[in-house]
Design a protein around this ligand. Structure first.
Ligand code: TYD
Ligand code: MG
Length: 451
C-alpha cells in the first residue's frame, strides 16, 4: 500500500508548505500550518468563478434591479441580515458549540417553509434527533424537507433535483467531497465544499445558510478564505450562563454590519427580544461602587449596558488586569490615561472589568464608563443613581464625541435615567425631558462631575 503523502496547509491563507514550520511562508502568520493529505487526483472544473460567468459591459448597462428579499419572519435575524435572505446569497453562521445555531436555523426554516421550498441538510444530527427538537420547539414541520447527509456530491444531486429556495447546511465542517482525500473539516475540504455550494447558490438563486464551527480562539474553523467566499458572516454569541444570545454581522454584502439581533434561549427555543435596551442592567436596590451604566449603540439601536469594575490591592508584584466583554488592551491604555491626565494611580491594584449579561462592547464609547467605574471602585464611592455615561477617551485625556449622541440620551431618558455625563460635542441642542446633561471636554472634568 502506498504511503499517504501529506503537506502542511495554512489555516489563514490556504498556502502550503512541504514541511512543518512555525511561520507560514506565504502570509507570515505564526502557528497556522496544519497537516493535511496531498490530493493526487486533480478534480476537473474545480476552479470556476464563484459568480455567474459574464461578458465585459458598461456598469450602467447592467440590470441592477433590487431582488426581493426573503424575510425569515424572525425580525431579529432579518435585522442582522439587512432585511432578509437574498436569493443566491450565502450566509455563514459561526458560534460556540451549544449556543443555539441549529435551533435558530430550524426555527427560521420552519417559518420559511410556509411560503418557500426549504431543505435542512444535517451532518451532525440524525433525522430523529432533529424531529424531536422540532417537536419540542413546537414549529410546523409538514413542509420542512430534511436530508441527513455529509457527502457533497449527494447533497448537490438532491439540491439539483429539489431546487429549494433556502438551504441550511449544518455544518460545513462535517461535509466532504469525494474529489479530495483529506478528512471532513480540513482546510481543503471546507474550502472546496463551500465553493461548490456557493456556485450552486449563484446559479440557481438558492439562498444558502452555512453553519460553521469556531476554533478555540473564536474564529470560524477552516481557512479565512471561507469568509471571503461567502456573502455574509454572522456570529452567534452569548454567555452560556445567561439565556441571552446575540447575533452579529461581521461582514455583509447586502446590508450594514454591526447590526445586532437579540434572542433569549427558552425551553421552547429562541425567543426574539425586540426591545433589548434594558437587558444588560443588573438591579441594585442601592447604588453600588464600581458600577457605571453606559449607552452603547449597536447598529441602529441604542442599548444600556452596565459596566462593572473591581479595583483591589494587588498581593503580588504581578498586577492583574482582566476585562470581560470589553477589550483587554483598551483597559491597560485607559489606566495609563487615568494616571497621566486625572492623577489617579492604579499601578499597585488589580483591576477587573466586566460588561454585565455577557454582552461584548467593541466601540470606544465605552471608555468613559470604564474609567468612571474604575474610579468609583477605587474610591469605594458609588456614582449618582440614575446616571448614564458615554464617550471615547483619547491619549491626551480629551473626551471625544461618539455617533448618535442624541439617540443614546433619549433611550436613557425613556428608561428613567435622569443624569448623563457626555462629551461636549454630544450635548443636546434641545433639552431632553427629565434629563440633566453634563458635558465635558476632559477626563478630569468628568471625574470631578461624577464624584
Ligand atoms: P443547538 O442549537 O444544538 O446549538 P449548536 O447547534 O449551536 O451547537 O443548541 C443546543 C442548546 O440549546 C442546548 O444546550 C440546549 C439549548 N436549548 C434550549 O435551551 N431550549 C430549546 O428549546 C432547545 C431546542 C435547545
Ligand atoms: Mg448544531
Amino acid at each position: 500500500m502506498s504511503k499517504v503523502k501529506t503537506t502542511f496547509v495554512c489555516r489563514v491563507c490556504g498556502g502550503t508548505s512541504p514541511k512543518w514550520q512555525g511561520q507560514c511562508p506565504q502570509c507570515g502568520d505564526w502557528n497556522t500550518l496544519e497537516e493535511s493529505v496531498v490530493e493526487n487526483k486533480a478534480a476537473t472544473g474545480r476552479f470556476q468563478s464563484l459568480a455567474a460567468d459574464g461578458a465585459i459591459k458598461n456598469l450602467s448597462e447592467v440590470n441592477a434591479e433590487e431582488v426581493p428579499r426573503i424575510p425569515t419572519q424572525m425580525e431579529e435575524l432579518d435585522r442582522v441580515l439587512g432585511g432578509g435572505l437574498v436569493p443566491g446569497g450565502v450566509v455563514l453562521i459561526g458560534g460556540d458549540p451549544g449556543i443555539g445555531k441549529s435551533t435558530l436555523l430550524l426555527q427560521a426554516l420552519a417559518k420559511l417553509s410556509e411560503t418557500q421550498a426549504v431543505l435542512y441538510v444535517s451532518g451532525e444530527e440524525s433525522a430523529q434527533q432533529i424531529a424531536l427538537r422540532a417537536r419540542r420547539l413546537g414549529v410546523p414541520t409538514a413542509k420542512v424537507r430534511l436530508y441527513p447527509e455529509i457527502s457533497l456530491e449527494k447533497i448537490l444531486l438532491a439540491l439539483t433535483a429539489e431546487i429549494p429556495k433556502v438551504v441550511v447546511i449544518d455544518s460545513i465542517q462535517t461535509m466532504f467531497t469525494e474529489a479530495l482525500t483529506s478528512a471532513p473539516g480540513s482546510v481543503a475540504q471546507v474550502r472546496e465544499c463551500s465553493s461548490q455550494l456557493t456556485r450552486f447558490a449563484k446559479r440557481h438563486g438558492t439562498s444558502v445558510l452555512l453553519v460553521g464551527h469556531v476554533t478555540k480562539d473564536g474564529a470560524i474553523a477552516g481557512p479565512r478564505v471561507l469568509e471571503h467566499i461567502v456573502d455574509a458572516v454572522l456570529y452567534f454569541e452569548g454567555d452560556t450562563h445567561s439565556s441571552f444570545r446575540l447575533i452579529r454581522a461581521i461582514k455583509n454584502r447586502f446590508g450594514a454590519v454591526n447590526e445586532l439581533g437579540v434572542f433569549a434561549m427558552t425551553d421552547k427555543g429562541l425567543r426574539e427580544v425586540s426591545n433589548p435596551s434594558a437587558m444588560f442592567l443588573s438591579q441594585h436596590a442601592e447604588p453600588v461602587a464600581g458600577s457605571c451604566v453606559m449607552v452603547t449603540q449597536e447598529g441602529t439601536r441604542p442599548m444600556l449596558v452596565e459596566v462593572q469594575a473591581l479595583v483591589d490591592d494587588a498581593h503580588s508584584p504581578q498586577v492583574k488586569r482582566l476585562a470581560v466583554g470589553v477589550e483587554q488592551n483598551r483597559l491597560a491604555l485607559l489606566l495609563a490615561v487615568l494616571h497621566r491626565h486625572a492623577g489617579i494611580v492604579a499601578f499597585d491594584q488589580d483591576v477587573f472589568i466586566n460588561a454585565v449579561g455577557g454582552v461584548r462592547i467593541s466601540e470606544p464609547a465605552a471608555d468613559l464608563a470604564m474609567l468612571l467605574a474604575i474610579v468609583s471602585s477605587l474610591k469605594n464611592k458609588p456614582l449618582p443613581a440614575k446616571m448614564v455615561v458615554f464617550g471615547e477617551v483619547g491619549l491626551a485625556g480629551e473626551v471625544r464625541p461618539v455617533q448618535r449622541g442624541q439617540e443614546r440620551l433619549k433611550e436613557a431618558a425613556k428608561l428613567g435615567f435622569t443624569h448623563a455625563i457626555v462629551p461636549k460635542a454630544n450635548r443636546p441642542r434641545q433639552p431632553i425631558d427629565g434629563m440633566t446633561v453634563i458635558s465635558v471636554e476632559r477626563l478630569d472634568e468628568a471625574v470631578a462631575a461624577a464624584f
